[in-house]
Unconditional design. Structure first.
Length: 82
């Protein structure tokens, strides 16, 4: 695997429940066993860290699993799925 590019665990987003004001760490490398969240599986690769974000509202959210969204961590349909 070329560890400069993220692994794509799926081309469909995953729906998760977020809590307003809570900070989460979205997996940017695709290697986490706890998708879509970072579990630090990137250690030993060229990926430096996950992406910290704070939920703006409480409720369901579709987070990207293809790792190519232009609106991380949220799915923007880059893989043709929303």
């Amino acid at each position: 695997m070329d560890d400069k590019k993220p692994f794509v665990p799926d081309t469909k987003p995953i729906e998760v429940f977020l809590e307003e004001g809570k900070t989460y760490e979205w997996c940017t490398c695709g290697l986490s066993g706890n998708q879509p969240f970072c579990d630090y599986s990137h250690f030993g690769t060229t990926h430096q860290h996950g992406l910290l974000f704070t939920a703006e509202k409480t409720g369901p959210a579709k987070l990207c699993l293809c790792k190519h969204t232009k609106t991380p961590p949220y799915c923007d349909g880059s893989c043709g799925n929303k």
